[in-house]
Design a protein around this ligand. Structure first.
Ligand SMILES: Cc1ncc(COP(=O)(O)O)c(C=O)c1O
Length: 400
């Protein structure tokens, strides 16, 4: 089946985070300007998911609802088919989002006085999770080597050996730099963490959004049962199928004792399962939407190529990080030599572009912008055209 990824969606006035932010900053933003910030899609959901949700409402009533065997099988079969590993059914903990799972892991699986390692520039709630739990923060920044981001293993080995280091939050694939970690990289990280008794929380929410020529490796698939004793793997259908508002995440915690400690964080707030829509949407997505996903990946890849071509033709002074995974492009504007606030003001006020500014992801992201490519291609092209108009007025670009 051919899906339509060209239709514009109208998200004004429905509480969509990125639209509300744009419209509150500039209530008279012209029709047709679409924000490219927060990581959800300017695209319709897969029709199969919409149909399943309609059917659920028609069948009613929407009483207390828990996981069915079919839901569990859909989650496991997806991991087997798409990622080549088979988690056990009882490893699953459902949570109303990956961010709540990360927050819970930090507070439940570390103790006061412990510290948690993150790898900036990285998805900013990781730092917030550590700070809100009152744990120490240890940063192991990624390094740029010949235009690509890599982990700094020497630095990691030194920091993981500190007695207070007890957990590492891995972003795999990495938001915002777009890396899909190779098995050799994952194994080096595992060896360092295991040798130092550092728990790994692997946030794999972007695991299905893998660009041509790359393959995602679920960290659990390259760990021994012994190594998996203190492991949390976070997955969800939310990024893959644009279901963030459904708040459904599927977390795999292989070790029973570790899982009980993790779950206790939700249990003490009496937060058990998901909502009725979450089970149905997740099951439909995982059972029926592989075709939609493969066309989505084509779209993201097309959009990324447009962005790369635009940089080559109009703005060779910028650099675009290689997109291996996620639908988020990481663009280096440091050659413009603007302070972060100036770059943000230029984007929003002069180019009418709402992106995520790089410094949101840590000081390593200063001077960068993150473009959300999960939109119809003409939306991206219109955004680049606005940049083309605004940039020369400031003397930026090839023709200046
Ligand atoms: C790495 C990463 N983890 C988690 C999330 C959000 O998770 P959730 O909406 O399930 O809380 C995002 C959203 O962009 C993300 O990029």
């Amino acid at each position: 089946m051919q899906y339509d990824f060209t239709a514009r969606v109208n998200r004004r006035g429905v509480g969509a985070f990125k639209w509300d932010e744009m419209l509150s900053e500039n209530p008279s933003v012209p029709e047709g300007v679409v924000p490219l910030s927060v990581a959800d899609m300017e695209l319709e959901n897969p029709p199969e998911v919409r149909r399943a949700l309609h059917d659920l409402i028609d069948a009613g009533p929407l009483g207390y609802t828990g996981a069915t065997d079919r839901f569990t099988s859909a989650c496991i079969d997806w991991q087997v088919r798409r990622h080549g590993w088979r988690p056990e059914a009882d490893w699953i903990v459902t949570t109303p989002g990956v961010v709540p799972a990360v927050f819970c892991a930090v507070s439940q699986l570390t103790e006061p006085g412990d510290a948690v390692i993150i790898q900036p520039p990285v998805y900013y709630p990781f730092k917030r999770a550590v700070e809100s739990a009152g744990r120490g923060l240890i940063e192991n920044p990624l390094k740029e080597v010949g235009g690509r981001y890599e982990m700094d293993f020497d630095d990691l080995a030194e920091k993981a050996a500190r007695p207070e280091a007890k957990m590492l939050i891995l972003c795999s694939p990495h938001n915002p730099v777009g890396r899909v970690w190779e098995i050799s990289e994952l194994r080096r990280l595992i060896e360092i963490c295991v040798a130092n008794g550092v728990t790994i929380v692997s946030d794999e929410i972007h695991n299905d959004l893998i660009m041509p020529g790359n393959a995602h490796t679920t960290i659990a698939s390259v760990m021994s049962p012994e190594e998996m004793k203190s492991l949390v793997v976070c997955t969800a259908p939310s990024k893959t199928f644009n279901l963030a508002g459904i708040q459904a995440s599927v977390i795999y915690v292989p070790d029973a004792e570790f899982r009980a400690r993790f779950k206790a964080g939700f249990e003490k707030l009496s937060l058990g399962g998901l909502n009725a829509f979450a089970y149905t949407a997740t099951t439909a997505a995982y059972e029926q939407c592989e075709g939609w996903l493969s066309q989505l990946i084509d779209l993201v890849w097309t959009n990324f190529s447009r962005l790369v071509d635009w940089v080559a033709q109009s703005h060779p002074e910028l650099d675009v990080a290689e997109l291996q995974g996620t639908y988020l492009a990481w663009v280096d504007f440091r050659s413009w030599d603007l302070r972060d606030e100036e770059l943000k003001a230029f984007m929003r006020e002069e180019a009418l572009l709402w992106l995520d500014e790089g410094d949101l992801f840590g000081e390593e992201g200063s001077g960068f912008e993150r473009f959300n490519l999960a939109c119809p291609t003409d939306v991206l092209e219109a955004a680049l055209a606005r940049l083309d108009e605004a940039a020369p007025r400031r003397g930026f670009g090839k023709n200046c």
